[in-house]
Design a protein. Structure first.
Length: 116
C-alpha cells in the first residue's frame, strides 16, 4: 500500500477529489456552448467542445444510457469543423451539419428493427 513511503489510498482519494472538481468546471463551461452551433463548437477549447457534444448526444438518447465513446465525440467535432458533412455516432445514430447547424438524426425504423 505504500509507494515511496506514501499511502496510495490517500493519494488516490486526493486525485479523485481534484478530478471531480475539474469535471464540475468542465461541465459548467460546456453548458455555455450551444452544441448545435458548428462555429461555437469549432471555436471552443477541445475539452469544452467535447464535453458539450457528449452531454448533447447523451441527452438526445444516443448510446441508450451507456454513454458515448471518445471516437464518436471526435467525429462530431470533425463535422462541426467542416471536415465532414455528417458522421455515424453510435447504434445507427448520426450527426449532420446543414447551414452551420448540427442535428442528431435517430436510427431509421429499419435499423431500429434489429436489422442494422
Amino acid at each position: 500500500d505504500d509507494i515511496a513511503e506514501r499511502d496510495v489510498v490517500e493519494v488516490l482519494v486526493r486525485q479523485a477529489d481534484l478530478f471531480a472538481s475539474v469535471d464540475e468546471v468542465l461541465r459548467a463551461l460546456a453548458a455555455e456552448v450551444d452544441p448545435t452551433d458548428a462555429a461555437a463548437l469549432a471555436g471552443a477549447p477541445a475539452a469544452v467542445a467535447g464535453a458539450a457534444v457528449r452531454a448533447w448526444l447523451v441527452e438526445a438518447g444516443v448510446g441508450e444510457g451507456y454513454g458515448v465513446d471518445g471516437g464518436a465525440v471526435a467525429r462530431v467535432l470533425e463535422v462541426a469543423r467542416g471536415r465532414h458533412v455528417a458522421t455515424e455516432v453510435v447504434g445507427g445514430w448520426r450527426v449532420a451539419r446543414s447551414a452551420g447547424r448540427l442535428s442528431v438524426v435517430p436510427p431509421t425504423a429499419w435499423q431500429d428493427a434489429d436489422h442494422g
